[in-house]
Design a protein around this ligand. Structure first.
Ligand code: PMP
Length: 393
């Protein structure tokens, strides 16, 4: 058969990471490649209790069709969590999504025509690149530095390309682990208000800060210019597929229609379980447990990198999240390094798919949340051996 697929489908590549993960499943490989949260911390028992309660108390309604906007008590809990961190979010601005990944798809549906520009950080989250790619836009990358997006460059590129929005991840970015400073958030918010431009602020990692002070979302500085995305994937469990978006009512109206067309609503049973779970268990305490563990793992990784990485290798030192980013010397392309590393029984994700312009061939992403400190140390040693083998060849 010669199936006549759409241009959008023909032009959207498979997720490179999912392909790589297949290669690194073997037991004796230490994998820093996965982007998965550590499943040790999924609150299985508490979710089972919550699920039992929902079914026992209101079983039929929790299995019925429901509203597109999402379960009101859950939206109220999300608004209350923002309020506790000093960000005022009207509950009517919150739409529950099937993971924040769906939010990216809905934004594509609502904002993007073929050949429209999207500005994004260099590098950026490859799942977002993939989601937007389905709408056949053009991408313009803007440099990301230690304390945020290069604002003069962003202003220039937004204007030059007439981009529909800027997509950014200000907290512990996937893939680099970098975070915008307070000043950078303020300046970005001011620019968005001044220019009338839109930012999509993707924030699945914001609550996983283990060093320094929590910083307000860019949303707080420009609530009508920012669509803020959140997720329960990294603070509870990704398999529930529960995320949300916060948007101005005019954008919200469009998003609700797009979501109706996509899946009517996010599974109400999952939403009710999450709400029950949060009612019966302090989510903040649970998040603190995850934070403590990831902090220890991050410390172990950074320490080992300082100790073992050869000359010419640099890396980020994230204040939260799950990832850090290594820049390799110019005689060490990440794709060439990958099979050598696998031979030495350690795996990472090469940087290439995180850039739409191919500027990340000498970078790699490591996740520190999947292994204990001793395993991390051993894995970093192996990675250093692989790098030395390639660069001295
Ligand atoms: N955005 C970013 C930056 C991510 O890293 C991820 C998950 N890896 C997502 C969105 C999607 O998360 P989910 O759909 O599970 O909420």
């Amino acid at each position: 058969m010669n199936y006549r697929f759409s241009d959008a489908s023909n032009n959207t590549p498979k997720s490179f990471i999912r392909e790589i993960l297949k290669l690194t499943q073997s037991e004796d490989i230490i994998s820093f490649a996965g982007g998965l949260p550590n499943k040790t911390f999924f609150p299985v028992k508490a979710l089972q209790e919550a699920s039992d309660k929902v079914l026992a108390n209101d079983g039929a309604n929790s299995l019925q069709y429901s509203t597109t906007e999402g379960y009101l008590p859950l939206r109220e809990m999300i608004a209350a969590r923002y309020a506790a961190r000093g960000v005022n979010v009207d509950v009517n601005r919150i739409l529950i999504t099937t993971g924040s990944q769906q939010a990216l798809d809905l934004l594509g549906k609502v904002f993007l025509n073929k050949n429209d520009y999207v500005c994004l950080e260099r590098p950026s989250y490859l799942g977002a690149i993939q989601a937007f790619q389905m709408f056949q836009p053009r991408f313009q990358e803007v440099d990301l530095s230690q304390d945020g997006i290069d604002l003069p460059a962003l202003e220039q590129e937004m204007q030059r390309t007439d981009a529909k929005f800027f997509y950014g991840i200000p907290n512990f970015q996937n893939p680099t682990g970098l975070t915008y400073s307070l000043q950078s958030r303020q300046a970005l918010g001011e620019y968005l208000q001044r220019s009338g431009n839109v930012m999509v602020e993707d924030d699945p990692y914001g609550e996983l800060r283990f060093i320094g002070e929590h910083l307000p979302n860019v949303y707080a500085f420009a609530p009508d210019n920012v669509v803020l995305l959140g997720s329960f994937s990294k603070v509870c469990a990704p398999g529930l597929r529960l995320g949300w978006m916060v948007a101005n009512p005019a954008i919200m109206e469009r998003l609700v229609t797009a979501k109706q067309a996509s899946d009517l609503h996010t599974p109400i049973f999952n939403q009710r379980i999450m709400a029950q779970y949060m009612q019966d268990n302090p989510l903040d305490e649970h998040i603190q447990t995850i934070r403590d563990a990831y902090f220890e793992q991050r410390m172990a990784m950074v320490e080992a990198l300082h100790e073992y990485m050869p000359e010419g290798v640099t890396f980020t030192e994230p204040e939260g999240g799950m990832f850090l980013w290594i820049s390799l010397p110019k005689n060490c392309p990440a794709m060439t390094l990958f099979p050598i590393a696998v031979k030495h029984k350690v795996a990472f994700v090469p940087g290439e798919p995180f850039s739409t312009e191919g500027n990340t061939s000498y970078d790699i992403r490591l996740s520190f949340c999947g292994a204990d400190a001793a395993t991390i140390k051993l894995g970093v040693q192996r990675l250093a051996t692989a790098i030395s083998e390639l660069t001295s060849a």
